[in-house]
Design a protein around this ligand. Structure first.
Ligand SMILES: [Zn+2]
Length: 370
């Protein structure tokens, strides 16, 4: 499968389905966006309508040797029904909100799998996929053991190609999300943190990480696909992840190409609406270097982004290659990248000068070397 090798989280492969030629007649906002649309539209079936996940429990033997479990002794008495209830209450509404009703992961109780003493978690994932019903599109596998403190919390995959027209069953696509037991510990009571599951479900619909550090750290508080725990690190009562970046809303099919503004070569101005709204121009794209786009969006400090200290403009570079989004990185600021551009600010980057006006309008002009 195509995709970027990542230290801390296994990513899914390229989207699948009909070939890029099938979307060549769609109206798009510019050639730069056409390329991104062509490689992501075939996978949008994953992020459209009801998406049935079976929830499986992975029993980890007490003497399991896989490093991910860190020889920790705790085993939780989890059942598929109990975990299904928790994720249905907290994860389904998150995606309904983020997609404005366009996407709804539907969780149903699946079965239970048991790892042999020296198995890796993939063995449970494989068993869940093999045992899932024919109308199940993906599996969510939750281990009954915690992960070691120095280990990743989980991983997920958008799967491979359907062998016939999508949507297809999980046995065909092999879409999965997997997490350890920590977030389902009874000590969390009625308010467990669900940001990690939300992050892994993001992988199952084809999203890649943003702001990934050199050692695989998730550096940004602006995106569920970076540091998903950032909201509760900034506000202790938070349990959901933040929203996601406008480019992900676009690739998922939740933000129409007609709501994307592509900067003319000579520059221009646009009034941006908050990226998590359901109407208005919510993404500005600036042609950049070969294979990359610069994205400009207004993040409003409300709703899923209420953890931000203030609203402001975020600017990222999106590297596209090998028929997938390769990297998404912020173009200014320091981790956690919550100091966003304010009215009056000017940013010169990637061949453009971006000036923020009143009410977060932006003006972009080509950066002329002197
Ligand atoms: Zn990840």
């Amino acid at each position: 499968m195509a995709g970027v090798a990542l230290a801390a989280c296994t990513d899914g492969g390229a989207p699948n389905g009909s070939p890029p030629s099938a979307v060549s007649t769609m109206v798009t906002a510019g050639a730069e966006l056409d390329g991104l649309l062509a490689i992501t539209e075939p996978g949008r079936w994953r992020s459209t309508g009801d998406d049935r996940f079976e929830v499986w429990i992975c029993h980890v033997t007490q003497d399991a040797t896989a490093a991910i479990y860190g020889a920790l002794p705790l085993r939780l008495a989890l059942t598929p029904e109990q975990v299904t209830s928790v994720v249905a209450e907290h994860v389904t509404p998150y995606f309904e909100t983020l997609s404005h009703g366009r996407y709804r992961p539907v969780f149903v109780a699946g079965g239970e799998a048991t790892l042999a003493v020296d198995d890796e978690p993939q063995a449970c994932i494989d068993e869940a996929i093999a045992g899932a019903a024919g109308d199940t599109r993906a599996v969510l596998v939750v281990a009954d053991a915690e992960h070691g403190a120095d280990q990743q919390g989980g991983f997920g995959s958008g799967g491979g190609s359907c062998t016939s027209a999508p949507p297809c069953a999980v046995a065909d696509s092999r879409r999965f999300a997997y997490v350890g037991a920590s977030d389902f510990h009874p000590d969390w009571g009625a308010a467990p943190p669900m940001d990690l599951v939300q992050h892994e479900i993001g992988h199952t619909i084809g999203w890649e990480h943003s702001a990934l550090g050199p050692a695989g750290e998730y550096l940004s508080a602006l995106d569920v696909m970076s540091n998903s725990a950032a909201p509760r690190q900034l506000e202790a009562e938070r349990r959901d992840a933040s929203g996601t970046l406008a480019v992900n809303l676009f690739t998922a099919g939740w933000l129409a190409a007609t709501d994307v503004w592509v900067a003319p070569a000579g520059g221009g101005s646009v009034q941006l609406a908050p990226s998590l709204d359901d109407a208005g121009t919510r993404l500005a794209v600036l042609p950049c270097c070969s294979g990359s786009l610069v994205t400009v969006e207004l993040l409003a400090a409300e709703g899923l982004n209420a953890h931000l200290p203030s609203s402001g403009i975020a600017v990222h570079v999106v590297a596209v290659g090998d028929a997938t989004v390769q990297r998404i990185d912020p173009l200014f600021g320091e981790p956690p990248f919550t100091s966003l551009l304010q009215p009056g600010d000017v940013l010169a980057t990637s061949g453009w000068v971006i000036t923020v006006g009143d009410d977060f309008s932006i003006t972009v002009t080509p950066d002329q070397p002197t």
